[in-house]
Ligand binder design. Structure first.
Ligand SMILES: Nc1ncnc2c1ncn2[C@@H]1O[C@H](COP(=O)(O)OP(=O)(O)O)[C@@H](O)[C@H]1O
Ligand SMILES: [Mg+2]
Length: 1023
């Protein structure tokens, strides 16, 4: 850690705690100066941030810078206001407690800027939602509004806060900014009516006159020229180069609307502001020693803006009401009195309106949820101030700074030392200047300056500033921090006026002029003026002067006393919170950038107690925690203390720090707390804790995951077993049922089988049904495919015989029908012919079966193969069929090739171009064929006619075809005769021949010696 610190430590030292010569103011200043010259304006003293006003833009507040510092350990990056802000924020979230950041320093040292930067950082860094964005906007925009009304240019600072501001930013438990609240302290009202040379009134007046729209100014009766207003010109410094009133006016306008100020509110607000300007221009003249008014126009506008009748106003500004014996008497003012009353009224109006504005702002920032909130307070209060002439305001401001210094001492140095003592830690006391003596000097009861002032103010008679001074001298003579002209020694007396008193503040000597102390402290407003204001029609004025205000009979608290009690309650608010500090320094008195005035800075370093703070830091311990708390957080770092330590917390811590290797000078064990000297030791521990926490988290995560997975696994396993068992049971039950069923079925089946031939009864009906179904199913699979296939029809079981027969019949018919439907006309004719021939020869002629499968042709000789002459002769008769034949001569039986042609009328035997024989069908007696396998046919012709040549002996390869054709043309088939053995035929009328048909091993045709024609044919195997 240190190594990396040194590496980053480019210029000087980033943390004064690491400064070697930490007691040397010169070394302190050198470091500050070295860094300042490099524009490094921030340096730490531990967690306290020292800031030196650069008086120029450094470009170190960008969004990028904010991102850089978000969530980073404060010492890991160069010192920055963002680092501090982030650290506060994160501590608040992790420790869930309230914090405040005290920003202190002289006027112009950069307090307000610092508080704005912190606010801007939170606006960007905290958790955001849409709703919260509006809170964020209001928080941010409350700044320009309050600055416009409460800041002014002074000699020290062009934007000097003339009121103290304490702002609480409220966060919810997630760290989102959810609301805010502002407390304001003692506005410097005197500025409304008077400004020192070189100073201005509050910004808002100039913004209104310079930036206000024409109609608005017209409506308010104002002119666009600040020089015209008495209250704006006394400092002779209306225009300031660093201030742009016009654009600031626009910003304020926008901010007001965002912050829920209605149009009417804004209208009334500026009516009040304008009325103050008009009041300043009210002019009195002396007439017979009394004041008379000479500003009817101003009165007119006042009357309009405040909603009070002009004459009433006029009277109130020039007269005073005196009560005398239950009677009210009007007493006229002198001119001075009148001016005094006028200014008092202007101050009262402005002061009360400012309070109204703060209240209104708070309404807009308020978070009404009752959720638990933690807060970060930002205290930006006017810094210690020394002018040439210092009055009551400076007295109050410087008193306030004394109180804050006292608080700082109490919260840091003193409480630190006391704690060491309480814890029994050896400690070398660090001498420091305790400014309690000065606080007492101012605020002590009866003796303190405020008490004396109040006493004087409330005293009957004619108290004056000088009588007050006398009282002070009386009471405080000899006090080491108080001196007046009268009380001073010779040398000092020269530096003091007669009406002055001097206080040795912690931050230096300041000489106050008593002039105005009594009046300002009384802050009296004549009662009749108050009464008049109560009549106002302007709602803001009405609220500022409520009728319930205690009457003048009881004196209101004086300004100083009010301030004192405000500060005391502020102290209480702050004491209850964790404190953080930003100490702002100004490098020179001239607002000059880049110029480091040693004397000016040294003075501030001194009175801000920075050296003492550093010494305490170095001598003391950067960090302390109760043993229990420390142990609880860091116990995972040591195996002995993790997860539980049995002994006392102190022993546990002792064991823990030894385990962590703390060196003896790095820590001390107190009575109830552990003290760690250097931040680096704690950071190292915290880093280790971070790593360990991750490891632990991983381990716990892994263990938990393992545990969960194991649990899941076991559950799944158990479930699986259960499911398995159930499943098995189910399966077994099913199996058992199945078997029981099977047994039943088989039994029934057997019974059915045994009774299959009995009439249908309970015993066999199922079996028979099964047999039926089984037969039908098998039959369905095995149906014959052809009509001819009669054998493959399944043999039916006895009970199906009848059904089977019917089915076979039906099926055969079905097959036949299908077959018949599929037959062509040609095929039909063919079949008819085949049927015809079948009738003639089936079982009668041996070679008939071989012919069955041979299809019949229409003819065997096409006409084109026939002789044309022969054709011409036959054609008129219509040629029906022709076929080649062998003709055997009747005599000698020589064989010759001829063509047999059948016409409608006759059969012709043709030899090439010659018709050899014509046999009319009418003369055809019959046709003989053998019963054997030869192809002979003998046409018997009626031989009455001698011209006839006798019977024809023919051999034809297409015997059956030719015969069929012949039957068809003759439309008769009875003429065919099948003969066994021999056939007689007519050679000539009256002369017969014989043909003997025989079976033989060889086919042969020859003439036997007996003159018979022997026809031998091989016996055909019947198919
Ligand atoms: N961090 C800063 N960076 C640049 N300029 C700064 C810074 N702080 C202060 N200033 C300048 O100094 C002026 C006075 O600062 P301011 O915060 O108003 O002083 P204070 O509130 O302490 O009186 C600012 O107007 C601004 O010009
Ligand atoms: Mg300021």
């Amino acid at each position: 850690m240190e190594g990396s610190l040194t590496a980053r430590d480019r210029v000087g030292i980033q943390d004064f705690v690491l400064l070697d010569a930490y007691t040397s103011e010169t070394a302190f200043l050198d470091n500050l100066k070295k860094r300042f010259s490099e524009d490094l304006i921030y340096t730490y003293i531990g967690t306290l941030l020292v800031s030196v006003n650069p008086y120029k833009e450094l470009g170190i507040y960008t969004r990028k810078q904010m991102d850089l510092y978000m969530g980073v350990n404060i010492f890991e990056l160069p010192p920055h206001i963002f680092a501090l802000a982030d650290n506060v924020y994160r501590t608040m979230i992790s420790e869930i407690n309230n914090h405040f950041i005290l920003i202190s320093g002289e006027s112009g040292a950069g307090k307000t800027e610092a508080s704005k930067k912190i606010l801007q950082f939170y606006a960007v860094s905290c958790l955001r939602t849409k709703v919260l964005d509006s809170v964020r906007d209001r928080l941010l925009l409350s700044n320009p509004v309050l600055e416009a009304f409460g800041n002014a240019k002074t000699l020290k600072n062009d934007n000097s806060s003339r009121f103290g501001k304490y702002m609480d930013i409220q966060f919810d438990h997630q760290g989102a900014a959810v609301g805010g609240h502002i407390l304001s302290y003692l506005l410097e009202k005197s500025r409304v009516v008077h400004q020192n040379h070189g100073e201005r009134n509050f910004h808002i007046f100039y913004q209104l006159v310079e930036g206000g729209e024409d109609e608005l100014l017209q409506w308010l009766g104002l002119e666009r020229n600040s020089q015209n207003y008495m209250y704006l010109v006394q400092g002779a410094c209306v225009k300031v180069s660093s201030i742009n009133d016009e654009s600031d006016w626009k910003t304020v306008q926008k901010a007001l609307t965002v912050m829920d100020f209605s149009e009417k509110d804004i209208e009334h607000l500026f009516a009040v502001i304008a009325s103050v300007l008009h009041l300043g221009n009210v002019h009195f003249e002396a007439s017979q020693g009394y004041a008379t008014l000479n500003s009817s126009e101003e009165i007119h506008w006042l009357s309009k803006l405040l909603g009070i009748a002009a004459h009433v106003l006029q009277e109130a500004l020039t007269h005073r009401k005196i009560e005398a014996k239950a009677e009210e008497v009007l007493s006229p003012f002198t001119v001075d009195h009148a001016k005094y009353a006028r200014d008092a009224l202007a101050k009262a109006i402005y002061g009360r309106t400012f309070t109204w504005l703060v209240n209104k702002t708070n309404e807009s920032l308020e978070n009404k949820d009752s959720i638990r909130k933690t807060v970060i307070g930002l205290l930006d209060i006017y810094g210690f101030e020394v002018f040439d002439v210092n009055s009551f305001e400076q007295f109050c401001i410087n008193y306030c700074n004394e109180k804050l210094q006292q608080l700082f001492i109490q919260l840091t140095i003193k409480s630190e030392q006391e704690e060491y003592e309480m814890e029994g830690i050896e400690w070398q006391p660090v001498p420091y200047f305790n400014n309690k003596i000065i606080c007492d000097l101012v605020e002590e009861k009866h003796r303190g300056i405020i008490s004396v002032l109040d006493e004087e103010c409330l005293r009957p008679g004619e108290p004056t500033d000088l009588t007050f001074l006398e009282k002070l001298e009386e009471k405080l003579a000899g006090h080491p921090h108080f001196v007046t002209h009268m009380l001073a020694d010779q040398k000092t007396r020269k530096t003091l006026g007669r009406g002055d008193f001097r206080l040795m503040h912690y931050a230096g000597e300041v000489t106050y002029s008593v002039t105005g102390f009594v009046d300002k402290n009384n802050d009296l407003l004549y009662r009749n003026i108050k009464d008049v204001m109560r009549q106002s029609k302007n709602p803001i004025v009405q609220q500022c002067f409520p009728s319930s205000e205690p009457d003048s009979k009881k004196r209101p608290e004086t300004v100083a006393t009010q301030f004192k009690s405000n500060l005391s309650s502020l102290t209480k608010i702050l004491m209850s919170k964790e404190s953080w500090y930003v100490r702002c320094l100004k490098p020179n008195d001239d607002k000059r950038p880049g110029h480091f005035d040693d004397v000016v800075v040294r003075h501030q370093v001194k009175y801000l107690g920075l050296m003492e703070h550093l010494r305490v830091r170095r001598a003391g311990f950067a960090y302390r925690r109760r043993y229990e708390v420390f142990l609880k957080r860091y116990k995972p770092l040591c195996p002995d203390t993790w997860p539980n330590w049995k002994g006392t917390a102190a022993e546990g811590v002792e064991r823990l720090v030894r385990h962590l290797g703390y060196k003896p000078d790095e820590y001390k064990m107190g009575r109830t707390k552990l003290f760690i000297r250097h931040p680096r030791t704690l950071f190292a521990t915290e880093d280790a804790y971070d790593i360990c926490r991750h490891e632990l988290a991983t381990r716990i995560q892994a263990k938990y995951k393992g545990y969960r997975i194991k649990g899941d696994y076991l559950r799944q396993k158990e479930a699986a077993t259960k499911i398995e068992a159930c499943w098995r049971g189910l399966q077994a039950r099913k199996e058992r049922e199945r078997r029981a069923w099977a047994v039943k079925v088989i039994k029934k089946f057997i019974k059915g089988f045994m009774n299959r031939n009995q009439p249908v009864s309970m015993d066999n009906s199922e079996y028979l049904a099964f047999v039926r179904q089984s037969y039908l199913s098998r039959l369905k699979e095995n149906l014959p495919t052809s009509v001819l296939d009669k054998a493959s029809w399944l043999t039916p079981p006895p009970i199906m015989r009848e059904a089977s027969a019917i089915l076979q019949n039906v099926y055969t018919r079905h097959l036949v029908r299908t077959y018949v439907k599929g037959i062509t006309a040609q095929r039909k004719a063919q079949l008819q012919m085949k049927a015809l021939i079948s009738d003639l020869f089936k079982g009668k002629k041996e070679n008939y079966p071989q012919s069955v499968h041979q299809p019949f042709a229409d003819t065997r000789i096409s006409e084109k193969d026939m002789n044309i002459r022969v054709l011409q002769l036959m054609c008129p008769e219509g040629i029906k069929y022709s076929v080649p034949v062998i003709k055997y001569d009747r005599n000698g039986f020589r064989s010759r090739f001829r063509q047999l042609v059948l016409t409608q009328i006759a059969a012709y035997l043709v030899d090439e171009a010659k018709i050899k024989q014509r046999v009319e069908y009418s003369s055809l007696k019959g046709v003989s064929v053998s019963n054997l396998s030869d192809n002979f046919l003998i046409l018997h012709v009626t031989c009455e006619d001698f011209k006839q040549k006798g019977d024809l002996v023919l051999q034809c390869s297409y015997l059956f075809e030719a015969l069929t054709k012949l039957c068809l043309v003759m439309k008769n088939h009875n003429f065919i005769k099948v003969v066994n053995g021999s056939v007689r035929f007519d050679i000539q009328p009256g002369r017969e021949g014989v043909i003997d048909f025989k079976s033989s091993s060889e086919s042969m045709v020859y003439r036997a010696k007996n003159g018979h024609l022997i026809v031998e044919s091989t016996q055909m195997k019947s198919r």
